[in-house]
Ligand binder design. Structure first.
Ligand code: SAJ
Length: 446
């Protein structure tokens, strides 16, 4: 490799730009700065730029970030946060870490990717390395990012600049599987790109897994998350079978987990977050272009997307059994985040459930100990105060650990709990889970 980027990667004089200082980009920036590189984050949110430049973490859920370290890196200008254009200009290594959401009709939304690629392309130089870490379907790094870079810079991918795909595999908030400990899969547009990608990442990531192409790297991430979505979709379907057949799905999952080749997944009120609800649709869109129908994956997505409605049906059943008027009872939704012990609301199935009830003209109040009452009201949610308000039915929308020790006996008038995450032990009132097995109100009491 004759180019001098290798040297500046070795002596860490190479300047690094990360497009997107979010759930993926910010932890990555800290790890790269910690290894000795100067990092500039390109961020479109002025609010985030301001917070970060004051050394504050805009996403407190990211417990893997040491706030003291972040503040020091900002003060020492080892991390600088600015707007995308200027961030890209002063760097030799440019990493794209922007969100890749889906549109309302479940198609890829590449707005952020196109904007980040254009910002990078405008100041792209010979010998630069561009890495895409955002989740894209096979072919998109080459055909979308690569094309925009070439059009805006008049340079050629592979010949004039290095292009690598290395999809992020982070689990935001996870302090065990932190970015540097997760094996890094990467593939380049050519061998030199792969080699320089490896040379860079091995400076701060424990294990590098190189694959043969951009597309193989993109497909690896698609497979991982589609596998997860498939299994969650199936266990939600299996839970409906268990409800119909009087079998307790959690008992069966525990028993099946004694088999070494069985990987447990759990049914619930639905699937949220920034990955599982949308990554499979990126894969399906790429497959569709090639005339390949991923029907099983599609059905699995529909299975999980129907779960908020399934829990709503449980609610209607329990009210009918108890001869309660659905529009007259007090319903409290416990937990609104998409994932336990986080404040992340993206695609939260609990909020989808709340919206369904709202659409049906059914009053539902919300309690989530991770949010202040003001934050809940600012989300246009009606606040439930468990300290002094009566409540007929509780619905568990998110399995925050705090709910395990919550004393539901304190809730005046409580008649039933619908446990959307199958997290609670039996209580003094009927607890109906997702897949808890056919029930009648009497049988479910202690
Ligand atoms: N969920 C279920 N049943 C399950 C597992 C999850 O209903 O058995 C629900 C969760 O409640 C949540 C949603 O699915 O609403 C997503 O859960 P998740 O554990 O996959 O959480 P995410 O969205 O943070 O997933 C990320 C993903 N990482 C990346 O895409 C890079 C995912 O691939 C990882 O497996 C996950 O973190 C992780 O566990 O590391």
């Amino acid at each position: 490799m004759t180019r001098n980027l290798q040297d500046s990667i070795e002596d860490k004089s190479a300047r690094v730009c990360i497009m997107g200082a979010g759930y993926v980009g910010l932890p990555l920036a800290v790890i790269i700065a910690r290894s000795g590189y100067k990092v500039t984050c390109g961020e479109i949110s002025d609010g985030k730029i301001d917070l970060l430049n004051h050394g504050l973490n805009p996403q407190p859920d990211l417990k893997e970030i040491d706030e003291t370290e972040l503040k020091r890196f900002i003060e020492e200008k080892r991390i600088i946060v600015t707007h995308p254009e200027s961030a890209a200009a002063d760097a030799e290594v440019k990493i794209i870490c922007v969100p890749t959401p889906k549109t309302h009709d479940k198609k890829p939304d590449l707005t952020n990717i196109e904007a980040a690629s254009t910002s990078i392309g405008r100041s792209l130089k010979r010998d630069d390395l561009v890495v895409n870490e955002s989740t894209l379907a096979p072919g998109m790094t080459r055909e979308v990012i690569g094309r925009i870079l070439e059009e805006t810079s008049a340079l050629k991918a592979g010949e004039d600049f290095y292009l690598v795909a290395s999809p992020e595999r982070a689990d935001p908030g996870n302090t065990i599987h932190t970015v540097e400990r997760i094996p890094k899969v990467l593939g380049g547009i050519d061998d030199r790109s792969t080699d320089i990608g490896r040379a860079f990442y091995q400076k701060f990531i424990h294990e590098i897994i190189t694959v043969s192409s951009l597309e193989a790297a993109e497909a690896t991430k698609m497979l991982e998350n589609s596998y997860r979505a498939l299994n969650i979709g199936f266990i939600n379907e299996f839970a409906r079978f268990c409800d119909a057949s009087g079998i307790d799905v959690m008992e069966v999952i525990r028993a099946a987990s004694t088999k070494w080749s069985f990987q447990p997944h759990y049914p619930g009120i639905g699937v949220g977050g920034h990955c599982i609800p949308k990554d499979p649709y990126y894969l399906m869109s790429a497959a569709e272009k090639l005339g390949v129908e991923l029907e099983t994956l599609y059905k699995a997505m529909l299975s999980s997307e129907s779960m908020p409605y399934y829990v709503f049906n449980h609610l209607k059943e329990i009210c009918a059994e108890m001869e309660l008027n659905l529009k007259g009872v007090t319903i409290a939704l416990f937990g609104i985040s998409y994932k336990r012990n986080t404040r992340d609301l993206r695609d939260s199935p609990a909020l989808i459930f709340q919206h369904i009830l709202e659409q049906e003209g059914i009053d539902v109040q919300v309690y989530d100990p991770l949010f202040s009452e003001k934050e809940l009201r600012d989300l246009n949610l009606k606040v439930f105060d468990p300290r002094n308000e009566p409540c007929d039915i509780v619905v568990i929308g998110c399995d925050h650990s705090q709910f395990k020790s919550f004393d539901f006996k304190r809730l005046r008038g409580l008649k039933a709990i619908i446990d959307g995450k199958n997290m609670l032990p039996k209580q003094h009132v009927p607890v109906i889970g997702v897949g808890a097995g056919a029930f009648t109100v009497r049988e479910r009491c202690l």
